[in-house]
Ligand binder design. Structure first.
Ligand code: SF4
Length: 557
């Protein structure tokens, strides 16, 4: 039995993404304003309230990756002097292009469909934004601890969440403690706020244990794969935004591309692939390389140089797939609670706003000194009475419309737009989880591997190098295959080991050993996208947090 230190804080945020940082900052602002007012009026002050954020990455922002056009309304409200503070907004959107790609051609839409109109929004690098915001939140009086992953949720005897156990350091790959062993601590809090991003490892366990997804649609995701390119001087228009549908995605695969113009001649290029595809050979990274090889895109990238790589999942299930996001001692915010508009592919403002509403509810809970389900329901009520509800409700059936393929999806989502979200079939609640759409291979041979030219197209390992991924090799794998026998005895035959294809970082292989075959997990390549945890057809891959500080060190993504 490992002895663990217990540390008490008032409010604990897990994950230093946009939702948590906005929430922590708002909470600090509310407490400070209240205490100042109390001092003036002789009212009851809340006194010293400790707010702590833990983050698994080696720095705040290290794991942030998103092709992002951002609605900055929440940023403006939280920090009205955001310009003076040097907010790293790349550019207001200046030019838009929505196109359909055939194998060799490009058909540009004569109008920008209203849901894709980004007028007044800003191209940003989420990574730069969070690296900027972190120190501001810290300076406001929030303690932020990078390299502290949440390893387990702590409950009391009544299943009230009472905090989080942080990860151990210095456990060797054989599971034994090394000389530098440091046990994780029990961080105890009145309220724990889970803002771990999509498919958060603690949120997943919390949702399962407390059945927070009962009566909800299963969550569905997409994987986004992207590269940042440096282009010859003067070629990139900051604020240029292009989205495309079509090539290289087959009709039964949801997704599309994005290209955003940034400052300093950088182009943000990416492809989003729905994780509810049919073909088990689907490889989002390879599809992205094919996308760049399209004549129009290849021409656009001519003369440029790939600098950075990243991959991340995005929750697409929307309003009906949101778990119950509050309860005894906890709130769930941001992507972890599916606060993302899948039609517009925008979630940063909703993530931040959800953090702000959670902060308001927690502030009121601190005043009442009550932290149970009934008190924290205030967070849900604030969301339901806000533009978040309106925005998500209008697109509540959007992703489901594409279950029958792209053509039908475009028609139905158009009708949904006209009918305020209902479309022709009403609310679509009878949907399957993404991995359940995967079809068996039926003897189809493995597809030919990508022939990367290392100028325009890159193999997975080269791309992973550009994500600056690091994990200590002497630690247990954080990718737990719960039953390795299934991999060889069933999965090879039934699905052709799709982990080798869907992982955008070449983590999974099947190796021959002594005449037999076994799965090999190159966990140190992992970019923490969570695709494997989501898309494994048997749901036997469990992504848990590695030792603190492991993972990518994203820059500009
Ligand atoms: Fe993503 Fe899983 Fe591959 Fe890591 S191992 S990069 S989480 S698919």
């Amino acid at each position: 039995m490992i002895e663990r230190e217990s540390l008490e804080v008032d409010v604990l945020f897990v994950g230093a993404g946009p939702a948590s940082l906005a929430g922590a900052l708002k909470l600090r602002q509310l407490i400070n304003a209240h205490n100042e007012q109390s001092e003036k009026t002789g009212g009851k002050s809340l006194g010293e309230i400790s707010i702590c954020v833990i983050e698994k990455g080696r720095e705040v922002g290290a794991h942030m990756c998103s092709g992002a056009v951002m609605d900055i309304r929440v940023l403006k409200e939280l920090l009205p002097n955001y310009e003076e503070l040097g907010a790293p907004l790349e550019s207001e959107v200046t030019e838009e292009d929505v196109s359909y790609l055939t194998e060799t051609g490009k058909i540009k839409s004569p109008i920008i469909p209203p849901p894709l109109n980004n007028h007044g929004k800003y191209v940003v690098s989420l990574n730069k934004l969070i690296r900027w915001l972190g120190p501001i939140v810290e300076a406001a009086g929030v303690d932020i601890y990078p390299e502290f992953p949440g390893a387990a949720v702590l409950y009391d005897d009544n299943n009230q969440v009472i905090g989080v156990q942080t990860g151990d350091k210095g456990i060797g790959k054989d599971g034994e403690p090394r000389d530098n062993f440091e046990p994780g601590a029990n961080l105890l809090a009145k309220v724990t706020v889970f803002g771990e991003g999509p498919r958060g490892s603690l949120t997943k366990k919390l949702v399962e244990k407390l059945k927070l997804d009962q009566g909800r649609n299963p969550q569905v995701y997409s994987t986004g794969v992207k590269e940042i390119w440096e282009m010859p001087k003067g070629r990139v228009k900051p604020g240029f935004v292009m989205h495309s549908l079509g090539y290289p995605l087959p009709n039964d695969t949801y997704g599309g591309s994005f290209i955003y113009g940034m400052q300093n001649d950088l182009l943000d290029v990416g492809l989003v692939v729905g994780l509810d595809y049919r073909n088990p050979h689907t490889d989002p990274h390879k599809l992205f390389q094919q996308f760049k090889s399209h004549p129009h895109i290849a021409k656009m990238l001519e003369g440029g140089k790939m600098l950075y790589y990243g991959a991340k999942t995005v929750p697409m299930g929307g309003y009906f797939a949101q778990p119950k996001y509050y309860g005894d001692g906890f709130c769930i915010i941001g992507d972890s609670a599916s606060f993302l508009n899948s039609q517009k592919l925008k979630g940063i403002h909703l993530a931040m706003q959800s953090g702000v509403y959670a902060a308001q509810a927690i502030f009121e809970a601190l005043l009442a000194d009550k932290y149970d389900d009934a008190q924290l329901k205030r967070y849900y009520d604030l969301v339901e009475g806000s533009y978040i509800k309106k925005e998500l409700y209008e697109v509540r059936n959007f992703h489901q419309a594409f279950e029958k393929g792209r053509i039908w999806g475009l028609i139905e989502s158009g009708l949904q737009y006209i009918t305020g979200g209902a479309g022709v079939r009403g609310d679509l609640r009878d949907v399957k989880a993404g991995h359940e759409h995967m079809q068996k291979i039926n003897g189809a041979p493995d597809p030919a591997p990508l022939q990367a030219d290392k100028k325009l197209t890159f193999d997975k390992l080269t791309d992973v190098y550009h994500a600056s991924v690091e994990h200590s090799e002497d630690q247990p794998s954080h990718l737990k295959i719960l039953d390795p026998n299934i991999c060889i005895e069933r999965c090879t035959k039934e699905y052709g080991n799709p982990c080798q294809h869907f992982c955008p970082a070449a983590v999974y292989e099947v190796e021959e050993v002594n005449g037999g075959r076994r799965p090999k997990v190159n966990f140190s390549n992992c970019v923490h996208c969570k695709t494997c945890d989501i898309m494994d057809p048997y749901q036997i891959i469990d992504w848990v947090t590695p030792e603190g500080g492991g993972g990518p060190n994203y820059i500009n993504t």
